[in-house]
Write a protein of this length. Structure first.
Lengths: 291, 250
């Protein structure tokens, strides 16, 4: 029994760390769903776009992928703002379908644009972190890149939650998501606020993209894989809190790695989705949603 | 003539095919309290929403301090100096009381005087200071109404629009809130309020407008209007043209 538990140390640790990465992948989508009430089907592609932007940056400046964020975050911020202000805002209304279709179209365009520019070859953001392993005690081996993913994700979520509670813009975003009409009566231009929210979601996609690129290889068509992960995180964690989304990520990561540990690597993805179905069946609003 | 701060001239407002306001004109003098009364669906809220920029008139003009403001969005109207307490209070439920007030001072101009405004509002409604860190959804109805009024005052408005502020509140609370409106008005803030409660409105206002089926049916100083006149204007007993389409409150 004790030996079995000891054997679980590694998968549990890896699952949690991978979950941190999933959390940051899902956070942007959760934000937009909660604030603008749009399912951003292009979120995964934005993550991959950010990975490619980092790839280009690294081919010009030979720096660490994490340092490329200095350029990639502002670029994705701008892209997010433009997407919302000039595309999605035009079709916002009572009907949820037009924004969904716009996001779907954007997803297809992004994938094919990336295919055109970068060819279908596999890419990765090369860093010496990728091969390093941290050994704690006798049993636990942690891939350093997973640890970096986790710490960066946690730090991002901490900063985001500070932003939402401490700044005027953050409070205005929350107010507009509570009651758009009342927010406008207070002097808030809701459409502009939504564009800021998408810009911030773009910024989180930038961080997610760089971390994903450091950890795994990516192709122009990898976006939808991360969209599904983001969906999973949002469904498990529920809307309403940043921390909930992060915990949703941890649960999904843990489920995948433990599934792979017990049932074999082929079961990694499906065990994550089984947890997803269980949550949908018993608490469809998500485990950590408020109300 | 005293200075008129708000001048609504012959406006028509539509909701799709529904003609909600017909040739409505209204003048509000500076630093006065003006009431609009009328039954459900008479068009009172539509009129307030049009002044606040939520609805756009299809015909006619809205002038504020001499400037034409119809067609500007509500978030611009706030910058101009018009603040609205919407029907049903509509405080931000997932924000704390203090955060709700802070959102009230969102405009650049108001932000600079946030502390001063907060102090004044806490003096006016001490209960808001006691509960400043609570989520606004945990407040009682009366407290939420005070928060909605306080939030509207945070932008330093010159004209405050109050839509059905007594709705669903206990009489003792209503009385208290109307006393506060008097205090606010004493500071020089013009108030335009919409009410269903005739008695309360007549008592509070310098001037009343009575609406019926999307039209102004009577206007004047409360003391100059007879009960008979008011009843007719309110219920439209002598008016055979009352359309059933106007029964709905939109």
């Amino acid at each position: 029994m004790l030996a079995m538990l000891a054997g679980l140390k590694n998968p549990i640790m890896n699952g949690l760390l991978l979950g941190g990465l999933y959390g940051i992948v899902g956070i942007g989508m959760s934000m937009i769903f909660g604030i603008v009430r749009v399912v951003n089907l292009a979120h995964g592609d934005l993550v991959i776009l950010a990975a490619y932007l980092s790839f280009v940056t690294l081919s010009i400046f030979k720096v660490s992928p994490l340092l490329s964020l200095v350029l990639v975050i502002p670029a994705m911020f701008l892209i997010g703002f433009i997407i919302q202000y000039y595309l999605v805002n035009r079709v916002l209304g009572k009907d949820m379908n037009p924004p969904l279709l716009v996001a779907f179209g954007l997803s297809i365009i992004l994938q094919n644009l990336l295919l055109l520019i970068f060819t279908p070859d596999a890419r990765a953001l090369v860093t010496n972190l990728s091969i390093a392993t941290l050994r704690i005690g006798n049993f636990v081996n942690i891939p350093v890149v997973y640890l970096v993913d986790f710490i960066v994700s946690l730090a991002t979520i901490f900063l985001l939650s500070r932003f939402f509670t401490k700044t005027y813009l953050g409070k205005a975003i929350r107010a507009a998501s509570d009651d758009e009409g009342a927010a406008e009566l207070m002097g808030i231009n809701a459409k502009r606020i939504y564009a800021w929210a998408m810009a911030i979601a773009g910024g989180t996609a930038a961080i997610a993209g760089v971390l994903v690129g450091m950890t795994f290889t990516f192709y122009p068509h990898t976006g939808p894989d991360y969209l599904i992960i983001a969906f999973g995180v949002v469904i498990i964690g529920g809307l309403g809190s940043l921390l909930g989304t992060f915990l949703g990520g941890l649960i999904l990561g843990l489920a995948q790695i433990l599934g792979a540990h017990f049932l074999g690597p082929g079961f990694q993805l499906i065990s994550g989705y089984v947890i997803l179905l269980v949550v949908l069946a018993f608490k469809p609003t998500g485990l950590f949603s408020k109300g | 003539m005293a200075n008129s701060i708000l001048r609504v001239e012959q406006i028509d407002v539509h909701y799709g095919d529904f003609h909600a306001l017909w040739d409505v004109s209204l003048v509000v003098e500076e630093a006065q309290v003006v009431s609009i009364i009328g039954a459900n669906g008479a068009g009172k809220s539509t009129l307030l929403n049009t002044i606040a920029g939520v609805k756009k008139p299809s015909h006619g003009t809205v002038q504020f301090k001499g400037n034409r403001i119809n067609g500007i969005p509500p978030y611009q109207a706030v910058v101009e100096g018009i603040s609205m307490v919407p029907e049903g209070r509509r405080v931000f439920p997932r924000l704390t009381v203090l955060e709700n007030l802070e959102i009230g001072s969102y405009t650049t101009k108001a932000r600079k005087r946030k502390k001063e405004a907060l102090k004044k509002i806490y003096e006016l409604f001490p209960v808001l200071e006691e509960r400043k860190d609570q989520l606004s959804i945990t407040l009682s109805g009366g407290e939420q109404q005070m928060l909605a009024i306080g939030r509207a005052l945070m932008s330093w408005p010159q004209l405050i629009l109050l839509d059905e502020i007594s709705l669903g509140l206990a009489p003792v609370v209503i009385k208290q809130i109307y006393q506060k409106i008097k205090q606010i008005n004493a500071e020089g803030i013009t108030a335009l309020l919409v009410e269903q409660d005739i008695k309360r409105s007549l008592k509070a206002a310098h001037k009343v407008y009575i609406m019926q089926s999307g039209r102004i049916s009577l206007e004047g100083r409360p003391e100059s209007l007879s009960q008979e006149e008011i009843r007719k204007a309110y219920f439209g007993l002598s008016d055979l043209n009352v359309k059933s389409e106007a029964e709905r409150d939109v």
